[in-house]
Design a protein around this ligand. Structure first.
Ligand code: NAI
Length: 459
């Protein structure tokens, strides 16, 4: 075997892996990145980005429909789903080419192959041995199957994103983020969508009132959401599928396509955790400390393979934390305030504590609220929803913000900064936000915490 030596080997070219490789290279390390599939991982190829492409066109369609209903536009939106799909492919190609270009200009060596991690500092690929002082495992996650008969008649989220035509009836198993975002998009494209969720409610760890608002709005748009329903069997029924499920009683539905979106689990391709002696959590994720170091020195793990928030931006931050530690820099990981977004229509976005979480940890909070109906920009755009700001009662500092409505994920960045810096009530009062803008509502909700919102309803 030939030997090749680097400072750092990164296994996996998803958002966590490629960004860690680039950051380490910028810091002067020689870096080798292995990617056996498509550069950019799940996020770029069959997750976040393609979903957002479909959701963006779906939102445009809904806007045209709303304006047509008001007789402002004369024609409802007629669209080509095939053209939408070609557009999705183009965006993915542009982004993955962009990542490959960034790796190249930052002098990261890329090997297109699945590596296997042999021991500390050693990885093998295609019969060659590669060495590095440090190794980052960023192998991501894969969809979980469910233990019922007939899952071969379902499609995964990746296939659901790449359909060539809109299914007349779409069943979605799992009302998590993937399931609900697909349900929201396909409903706009004209599918009759039914979501089957085993838990009694959607997104139980997020703000109840907001999730219930989102659920009602999605239902109004035509998404049938059945919670407390566990799927039992899926059968082929001619060209369609028959899904048997159970809540209080046994029920069944027919669908032209059934998407299985029941969660994701760590992916261990090329990583024999047991043989390596890697400590795992109860959920079989790689166990890491705050520096993303595993129980084996010089082996780090980041992204979906360590569980927690299975989010691309969590993986970016975890990669930064690992690279900092490798360089001997003791830097705060910045993982404490994790922005969370659900890109349905309406969307939900949150940073920091929810009211329930604050109560659980004994933080006494006050809540300020502001409705889109009181904001000029929202009215001009026809946007609806509401915003909540939570402040710690004693210190008058911001500990959580939740948004449900149009623009929520974009508004969240500014909100997350306020939570991270624990912005005080006085700072909110002195802070100037552009008018007209949706962002004004966050300030108004913050001022409402202590009864000082100017444009909010008097309470
Ligand atoms: P998830 O764990 O969020 O949701 C899966 C749902 O399926 C659960 O609510 C579960 O109760 C339900 N389920 C499981 N078995 C079932 C059965 N037999 N019958 C009915 N329901 C059943 O997983 P999901 O949606 O697959 O997403 C995976 C990860 O990807 C999540 O951690 C999510 O954060 C991440 N993601 C994030 C996005 C974002 O930030 N916008 C977008 C897409 C995914």
């Amino acid at each position: 075997m030939e030997e090749n030596k680097y400072d750092l080997i990164v296994i996996g070219g998803g958002p966590g892996g490629y960004s860690a490789a680039i950051s380490a290279a910028k810091e002067g390390l020689s870096v080798l990145l292995f990617e056996g599939g498509s550069m950019g991982g799940t996020c770029l190829n069959e997750g976040c980005i393609p979903t957002k492409y479909l959701l963006d066109k779906a939102a445009a369609l809904e806007k045209v429909r709303a304006l047509t209903e008001k007789e402002i536009f004369k024609e409802p939106g007629l669209f080509s789903f095939q053209k939408i799909q070609r557009g999705r492919e183009k965006v993915i190609k542009k982004l993955t080419d962009g990542v490959r270009y960034l790796l190249k200009v930052n002098k990261v060596t890329v090997i297109h192959g699945f590596a296997s991690l042999k021991e500390v500092g050693k990885a093998e690929c295609g019969g060659m041995l590669y060495e590095a002082k440090d190794i980052i495992i960023a192998t991501g996650s894969e969809s979980v199957n469910i233990p019922v008969a007939g899952t071969e008649y379902t499609i995964g989220s990746a296939q659901a994103l790449a359909l060539e035509s809109v299914p007349k009836r779409l069943a979605v198993i799992g009302g998590g983020v993937i399931g609900m975002e697909l349900a929201s998009a396909y409903c706009s494209y004209g599918s009759e969508v039914t979501v089957l969720e085993a838990m009694p409610s959607l997104f139980p760890t997020e703000d109840k009132e907001m999730i219930s608002y989102m659920e009602k709005e999605l239902t109004k748009r035509g998404v049938r959401i059945l919670t407390g329903r566990k799927v039992k069997v899926i059968e082929k029924a001619g060209l369609s599928r028959r899904v048997f499920f159970e809540g209080a009683k046994p029920e069944e539905i027919y669908a032209d396509a059934v998407v299985l979106a029941a969660g994701r689990k760590p992916s261990y391709k090329g990583i024999d955790a047991e043989k390596l002696g890697l400590a795992l959590t109860e959920k079989k994720e790689i166990q890491v400390d705050e520096h993303m170091q595993t129980n084996i020195p010089h082996i780090y793990a980041i992204g979906d393979v360590i569980g927690g928030y299975q989010l691309a931006h969590a993986a970016y931050a975890e990669g930064e934390a690992a690279v900092s530690h490798i360089l001997g820099k003791d830097r705060e990981s910045g993982l404490s305030v994790m922005p969370r977004c659900i890109y349905t229509m309406p969307a939900y976005a949150a940073a920091g504590l929810t009211e329930t979480k604050a109560k659980e940890q004994g933080t006494e909070t006050v809540k300020g609220k502001f409705f889109y109906s009181g904001n000029g920009m929202a009215l001009a755009e026809g946007a609806e929803g509401f915003i909540q700001v939570l402040m710690e009662k004693d210190t008058k500092t911001t500990v959580g913000i939740q948004i449900v409505g149009e623009g929520a994920p974009e508004l969240l960045s500014f909100a997350a900064l306020a939570v991270k810096n624990r912005m005080t009530f006085d700072e909110w009062r002195q802070f100037i936000v552009a008018h007209p803008s949706l962002s004004e509502m966050i300030k108004e909700a913050a001022l409402d915490c202590f009864g000082m919102s100017v444009h909010g309803a008097v309470r």
